[in-house]
Design a protein around this ligand. Structure first.
Ligand SMILES: C[S@@+](CC[C@H](N)C(=O)[O-])C[C@H]1O[C@@H](n2cnc3c(N)ncnc32)[C@H](O)[C@@H]1O
Length: 242
């Protein structure tokens, strides 16, 4: 299954290092910000679905950060390996299902909130279908630069896997009867050893058919012991209108 190759805990750690090696913004700062935004939409008794849940990170953070609320938590991933990991992490605190974001195994009007973090395979009309009227969709992803803006700039747009900007997502959401409450494109500078950039480009495939030639090109451009690279996470909060 594609998802199994696409993502595992090792890769998650690598991607999280995006947020650790910065001089000005730490992983914790951005994460805190993201979860504080989610926190504003929470109420006791809500039913929440995290799509592309991976190892269940978002759901486990909701439990850790908002113990004052009793929440009914659901997660979906199309990788059986990740479903097992999420079940292990969350036990009986959440219901985790194997399923595809493009055909969610959920009834219409089931959720108060749908979250999606670092997953580009989303289908807005499915999200709308499973949300209650006035329900929220909270989305965090990377923008056009896929989290490594200067590295992505070395490659043609066609080779960047699902490289999309804020406007792309906003348009799709509006077409599907969402109103946008928050839409933010962040730019965060970080320092990387060039080898780390290669590691990320290889293991988290944001460049189509990554080759030895591509590797040389990156090492050619980024040849100092530490290179400053921009990460471009975006956050959208959208609400189903009716
Ligand atoms: C980069 S990971 C993010 C995991 C988690 N949201 C997090 O931030 O820690 C993307 C996850 O989406 C899953 N995924 C990719 N395409 C999917 C699809 N069409 N349906 C369901 N899950 C999908 C992958 O298996 C992977 O676990």
């Amino acid at each position: 299954m594609a998802g199994e190759k696409f993502y595992d805990e090792e890769i998650a750690k690598l991607r999280d290092s995006l947020f650790r090696e910065t001089s000005s913004v730490s992983a914790e700062t951005f994460n805190d910000y993201f979860f504080s935004i989610i926190g504003k939409s929470l109420q006791n008794g809500q039913t929440i679905l995290d799509i592309g849940t991976g190892n269940g990170y978002v759901l486990s953070e909701l439990l850790n950060r908002f113990p004052q609320y009793s929440l009914n938590l659901f997660g979906i991933d199309n990788s059986s390996i990740m479903v097992d990991r999420a079940r292990k992490l969350l036990g009986e605190k959440a219901h985790i299902y194997l399923g595809d974001n493009f055909k969610l195994p959920c009834k219409d009007d089931s959720f108060d909130l749908v979250t999606a973090k670092n997953v580009t395979s989303i289908y807005i009309s499915e999200i709308r279908r499973v949300l209650h009227e006035k329900g929220y969709f909270i989305f965090r992803e990377y923008g056009l630069g896929k989290g490594l803006v200067e590295v992505s700039a070395l490659f043609s747009k066609e080779r960047l896997i699902r490289s999309r900007d804020l406007d792309y997502y906003i348009s799709r959401l509006k077409e599907n009867d969402f109103e946008i409450e928050i839409a933010e494109q962040h730019k965060i500078k970080r320092n990387y050893a060039p080898k780390k950039l290669i590691e990320i480009a290889k293991s988290f495939p944001f460049i189509e058919s990554f080759s030895g030639e591509d590797e040389r090109e990156i090492l050619n451009r980024f040849n100092r012991p530490l290179e400053e690279v921009t990460s471009d996470p975006l956050i959208i909060v959208a609400r189903r209108k009716r």
